[in-house]
Design a protein around this ligand. Structure first.
Ligand code: PEP
Ligand code: MN
Length: 367
């Protein structure tokens, strides 16, 4: 059951001036100098309307840099005073919300690690009752659209109508080129269900590295994202968190200059459907490659086992059984027999080649 979300239009809390909306700033607020240098660089870019910085950092392991907390909120007040930029920080609990409000933070966001936990989101929502502050909700780490919607609903039910979602990718395919798989079909479905909900894209956490940022940002705007949240740092290589994916404000300006902003067309439904098909194909290809890699791992174990037991690599009877059974299976699924034979033979050839390499090696424990 999909409920309604009561949403204020984006331009009631962030002006876009008909430009691609950019939210930017460092992954973490590290020092007054780093925050202010970065903010002054960003203030020169017209499209940047909101300055982000993490002051409480959720780290995977203890004893890493976890942010400067309240002290850093004072640096964000200086950003506002010196540059006129509005500010936003990540909050993960009621204490964070109270401090963010005390230090006049303009917008808050809830991070991917918090959105996975409905208890935490509810606690934040309860603290926000009666407060008028825009809230951005990142997608949860796992590709679960209902959990994302649930978090948006909890915040909305607390009375927050200046609401947006941030798509930062999903922890799904460990072996993909991205740090977090974009799975574009999920934010597209969110947009279909809630057309008035602004959705921003976070290319930094999707990419995990600088080289993919431009491509993801372009794609985000092609898919009618309402804006992006992108990490910048005046000295990215020295960043205490997420160094590989941060760029300088100057590099951001170049990235923006190279963007092609297309007219929004009535073809959105067509483009979305196309993207849904493509994302599904991407997902299946990635799965297929992972399955093949798993199959070859098992082949290697089998090769070693045969070698230890002095059994030959090729066992013809087994191969002809495999071929017959797989062909039958494929035919039932409507696949072309000739194509199937080709692909099975190719896999078989590679399996034999791998085992031959194993038999040729001198590291067998039985030798
Ligand atoms: C961040 O924005 O720096 C961050 C921690 O993001 P996420 O919650 O998407 O991992
Ligand atoms: Mn980060």
């Amino acid at each position: 059951m999909i409920g309604k979300l009561l949403i204020n239009p984006l331009d009631t809390w962030l002006k876009t001036d008909n430009q691609p909306l950019i939210i930017s700033g460092p992954c973490s607020a590290e020092s007054e100098e780093q925050v202010l240098e970065t903010a002054h660089g960003l203030a020169k870019i017209d499209a940047v309307k909101l300055f982000r910085a993490g002051v409480w950092k959720p780290r995977t392991r203890p004893n890493m840099f976890e942010g400067h907390g309240e002290k850093a909120l004072k640096w964000l007040q200086l950003v506002k005073r010196e540059t006129g930029l509005k500010t936003t920080v990540e909050v993960a609990n009621p204490k964070h919300v109270e401090l963010a409000l005390r230090y006049d933070i303009d917008v808050i966001w809830i991070g991917a690690r918090t959105v996975v936990n409905p208890f935490s989101v509810q606690e934040i929502a309860d603290t926000l009752k009666g407060v008028d502050i825009p809230v951005m909700v990142k997608n949860p780490l796992n590709p679960d659209l209902s959990l994302w919607i649930g978090a948006l609903e909890r915040i909305n039910e607390a009375g927050i109508t200046k609401l947006a979602a941030i798509h930062r990718g999903f922890d799904f395919f460990k072996k993909s080129a991205f740090r977090n798989a974009p799975m574009w079909e999920i934010p597209i479905e969110l947009k279909r269900l809630y057309p008035s909900l602004p959705i921003f894209t976070d290319p930094s956490h999707i990419a995990g590295k600088r080289s993919l940022l431009a491509e993801i940002t372009q794609k985000a705007f092609d898919l009618e994202s309402d804006g992006i949240m992108i990490e910048t740092h005046y000295q990215p290589d020295k960043a205490l968190t997420d160094a590989k994916q941060q760029i300088t404000p100057e590099a951001l300006q170049i990235l923006i200059n190279n963007l092609i902003i297309r007219e929004r067309t009535a073809d959105f439904a067509f483009e979305s459907k196309l993207e849904e098909y493509r994302s599904e194909i991407d997902r299946l290809d990635a799965e297929m490659i992972q399955i093949l890699a798993r199959r070859f791992d098992i082949i290697d174990s089998l090769g070693n086992y045969k070698k230890e037991n002095n059994i030959t690599i090729l066992q013809l009877k087994r191969w002809s059984n495999i071929l017959q059974e797989r062909l039958e299976n494929g035919k039932n699924l409507g696949m072309d027999a000739e194509f199937l034979i080709k692909i099975l033979e190719l896999i078989h050839k590679e399996s034999i080649a791998r085992q031959t390499r194993i038999f040729g090696s001198t590291s067998s424990p039985t030798e």
